[in-house]
Design a protein around this ligand. Structure first.
Ligand SMILES: [Zn+2]
Length: 453
């Protein structure tokens, strides 16, 4: 199938910003030509007059399973720390998740992502009572909606040794299955929860599996001070040092948050060319602090940590929060982080042009109905992005050359059916949740078992 997108202002790249008026030919899943549409070629056309065409956004860290947590009841005392947020909310929710909830939440997450102009989700999954096959369910649901994804299962010792092993097996099983090409839009990584819930053996096993399979480890790193305190107490190492010495810090690694770093740890990230997924809205929501962006240079992408997949909103908050502490920071910082996320996904998919709209790039793109009140040129793009663009402008979305959103509706499935299925699954999930108490795991348990008091 070939399709001319006519009349748009085209953002060829976010960093450096390159904008031009051109028609785009999409053929065989890729950008086949950029220039003037030739009426004689017989390709279908999509009128994009007055629109802005941009590369699809990549969400570098999310948890699709949290999609059914929106508005869920909560009857326990309010959490007063990051650890209590995990014990009382997320580590209860994940134990209540069954395959029906996994599928329903994945469908919701994929639909909402596409409608926000996000064409790739880098997901980090946990469902300790439904581990085996869980990544297949997500891959299948994402594929049905038509979104690109990089999936993993979070290995952790907080639910015991057996489940840590099952989590590792799920990553291995999925990596081999996805390599068969069953889900063309999906790839895998090795997931690990966070240093403070991982034994030495489990972290080593994750690093070894990633090495064997030629992929990276996707792990939360120093999201809260508790992670550093635990790593120092158990291993006499800081979190990023522990990851590097354990073989889990490579140029394919993805570290979510990376807030409580010291300069030497930031230097390890930069030197190894690992990537940090910065989640400013989640960091605000959990009160965990600020990622030291200035130490990390260009090794930062943007994620949402499960708070939807609207990278416009995330990039606005990223900009404003940075600006609050440094008036010299520019809106271009948000574009650079989005470009890094796309480069990461491009590397995982073996598609170095992903994230650009140049000839040969995979046609992952978004048509925004954006009546720009001022000229959109290279130098002005970042200003439009941070102060003007939003998910509300998303009209059409293509992933791998296929139109998966047309006039604000997903095309492969019925959005209303997805919502109906999700509400039903959410009711059952919330009911199970009522019977699950706060998670008993605390880092001190691991400290005790390691002989550290
Ligand atoms: Zn996360």
């Amino acid at each position: 199938m070939s399709l001319w997108l006519r009349g748009a202002t085209v953002v060829r790249s976010l960093e450096p910003p390159r904008v031009e008026r051109a028609d785009l030919l999409v053929a065989d899943g890729r950008i086949a030509a950029v220039g003037r549409a030739d009426a004689g070629e017989g390709a279908a056309t999509l009128d994009c007059s007055g629109c802005l065409a941009i590369p699809g956004s990549v969400c570098a860290h999310t948890h699709a399973y949290s999609a059914l947590a929106r508005g869920m009841p909560y009857h326990l005392p309010a959490p007063t720390s990051f650890l209590e947020i995990l014990q009382r909310i997320w580590w209860r929710l994940d134990r209540a998740i069954d395959p029906t909830a996994i599928r329903a939440s994945a469908l919701v997450a994929a639909r909402e992502a596409l409608l926000a102009g996000t064409t790739t989700l880098v997901d980090h999954h946990a469902s300790p009572n439904a581990i085996d096959g869980s990544l297949d369910v997500i891959a299948e649901a994402f594929e049905e909606v038509g979104i690109r994804s990089v999936l993993c299962y979070e290995v952790t010792d907080r639910d015991g040794r057996a489940r840590a092993g099952e989590g590792l097996d799920e990553n291995r099983r999925f990596l081999r299955r996805v390599a068969s090409g069953r889900w063309p839009l999906a790839r895998g990584m090795v997931g690990a929860h966070a240093s403070f819930t991982l034994s030495a053996d489990s972290l080593a096993a994750c690093a070894e599996l990633a090495r064997q399979e030629g992929v990276g480890v996707h792990v939360h790193a120093a999201e809260d001070a508790v992670d550093q305190a635990d790593a120092l107490a158990r291993f006499g190492q800081r979190v990023v040092e522990r990851l590097e010495l354990g073989g889990a810090l490579t140029d394919a690694s993805l570290l979510a948050h990376a807030i409580h770093l010291d300069p030497a740890e930031a230097e390890r990230v930069v030197r190894t060319r690992a990537l940090v997924a910065h989640n400013p809205r989640s960091n605000l929501n959990n009160g965990v602090g600020r990622t030291p962006l200035s130490w990390l240079g260009e090794r930062v992408a943007l994620g949402t940590d499960g708070m939807g997949a609207d990278l416009f909103e995330e990039s606005h908050v990223a900009y404003l929060r940075r600006r609050e502490e440094d008036l010299a920071s520019s809106p271009r910082g948000s574009l650079a982080m989005l470009a890094q996320g796309a480069a990461f996904a491009g590397r995982v998919f073996g598609e170095p042009q992903l994230g650009s709209l140049d000839v040969g790039a995979p046609a992952d793109l978004v048509v925004l109905d954006y009546q720009a009140p001022t000229p959109v040129a290279d130098d002005a793009l970042a200003g439009h992005w941070v102060f003007g663009l939003s998910a509300a402008s998303v009209r059409d979305v293509l992933v791998g050359g296929e139109v998966v959103v047309r006039d604000r509706r997903i095309t492969r499935l019925d959005g209303a059916d997805i919502a109906l299925e999700a509400r039903s699954a959410a009711g059952a999930l919330w009911q199970r949740l009522e019977g699950i108490g706060p998670h008993p795991f605390t880092p001190t348990r691991l400290l005790a078992s390691a002989g550290v008091s």
